[in-house]
Design a protein around this ligand. Sequence first.
Ligand SMILES: [Cu+2]
Length: 295
Amino acid sequence: MRLTPSLMAVMAAFSALPARAQDIVGAPKSGLTGFQPAATELARDLQWLDGAINVIIIAITLLVTALLAYVTVRYNRRANPTPAKFTHHTPVEIVWTIVPILILVFIGANSLPILFKQQEIPEGDINIKVTGYQWYWGYEYTDHEFGFDSYMIGAPATGGDNRLTPEVETQLVEAGYSRDEFLLATDTAVVVPVGKTVVMTVTGADVIHSWTVPAFGVKQDAVPGRLAQLWFTPEKEGIYFGQCSELCGQAHAYMPITVKVVSEAEYADWLEGAIDEYAGDPSTLPDAVQVAAAE
Ligand SMILES: [Cu+2]
């Protein structure tokens, strides 16, 4: 084990607070298909759109299959020895032009507002800058001038070698997880309050990564030299997992994302501890004074 004392202190500080009490809400479940439960309006919209378009796709596929089957049976050489010689049928041509246009207008009218809602970034209650590194994520709480890195439990930085060993399982349990959360759980987590709008500014430090949390319906490439943004307003407390979603190198699979959505009071507590931990004396930071005063 190569855990440095400071790393252990960080892990202790973060695992002690909300981990044990919280449910794991946003995680893949084995044997299931489909989406994780939507925890934001954005995710609900996306899942609705996916369902609606699937209905259209299934209907078109069934219709085309049925038509092909019908002509195969009805108009084969045996059933229909003398084929008709006409080449145009105006009403049919009008229908097969108009109906697809209507379908596309319906899809556009429903998908563009959903796309714009994701891409028009609102004013954030919480602003976080996230940087993708080979192979971990760094977070800066820019309202409060502190930041920390977030490594997968079991990654080399936490003393592992990206494999599920008994030691790694112990680390997972100590942090409030189980072996099921291996490859998803991180040593430190993004902590945000429930019901508040979080704006994340996303960039990459070395190659392109992608910050993704399926239950929030967010996925944003982290491109070196560029700043992109995403936003979400989590509606339910709990632990949510995501993974880097842009192939970024050898340890791409070992840089997951853990977000803990907590109550406002828990967030204020956490913020005070985090400022203390990562940015020195909280009383020297004006934002921290406001948080303390607001309690
Ligand atoms: Cu990556």
